[in-house]
Design a protein around this ligand. Structure first.
Ligand code: DX5
Ligand code: ZN
Length: 228
């Protein structure tokens, strides 16, 4: 499979949870491609967010793929629960399990797409042995745990490196970026090779999330067309 396209993935962490369905419909109307769901356990990251029941409710509220970002220790314990609740893609952190290969296989065996995420301090080289069996590599551009943080510029070089490497894998994985993504850095990120743009505050924090989603999509698509 090749992943050449652009996807805007609003992160519901920045949405108003009391009207979550409505907020998802807003970004959907703006052309969002994927809904990004941040799961935090208070151990792997110093924050607690939401879990399996919210994924199950979201599954009923939208047809868009659900991109479930597990910021939890030993993610293998919960992969089955999240897939059964409706996750289309499950992203686990390289730093969160000693059995990364096994956990990624488990995601695919359960019928979901497998993604691996790396923290800002983790080099892309740590993924060299598993790049042939992932659908997504998520480069964290903030330290995970909270929305609304400042983009860490070092992520761009990591994205460029992955973009170079992926030709060896028949373009077999998409590159996703998460943290501090906004209209100001979308173009640079698309030029570096990003396919999937996760954005929370910069979409839900604006008066018209649909319009901002549309703008981000336009910037990313324009930049992507310059790459080829
Ligand atoms: C951070 C989460 C992100 C977060 C991004 O740990 O993984 O998905 O929602 O939020 P913004 O876009 O506000 O940086
Ligand atoms: Zn995330």
């Amino acid at each position: 499979m090749t992943y050449a396209r652009i996807e805007i993935a609003p992160s519901i962490l920045a949405a108003d949870f009391a009207r979550l369905g409505e907020q998802v419909r807003e970004v959907e109307a703006g052309g969002a491609d994927v809904i990004h769901v941040d799961v935090m356990d208070g151990h792997f990251v110093p924050n607690i967010s939401i879990g399996v029941p919210v994924v199950a409710s979201l599954r009923k509220a939208t047809r868009l793929p659900l991109d479930v970002h597990l910021m939890i220790e030993r993610p293998e314990t919960y992969i089955g629960d999240f897939v059964r609740a409706g996750a289309d893609r499950v992203l686990i952190h390289q730093e969160a399990t000693v059995h990364l290969d096994r956990a990624l296989s488990m995601i695919r065996e359960l019928g979901a797409q497998a993604g691996v995420a790396i923290n800002p301090a983790t080099p892309v080289a740590t993924l060299s042995e598993i790049l042939d069996r992932v659908d997504t590599v998520l480069v964290m551009s903030v330290n995970p745990g909270f929305g609304g943080q400042k983009f860490i510029p070092g992520a761009v070089e990591k994205i460029r490196q992955l973009d170079q490497w992926r030709s060896r894998y028949n373009d077999g994985f998409r590159i996703e970026v998460d943290g501090g993504v906004d209209l100001g850095n979308t173009t640079e990120l698309a030029l570096a090779g990003v396919n999937t743009f996760v954005a929370g505050t910069s979409l839900f924090g604006t008066p018209d999330p649909a319009a901002t989603t549309r703008q981000m999509r336009k910037l990313a698509t324009e930049a992507m067309s310059q790459r080829v």
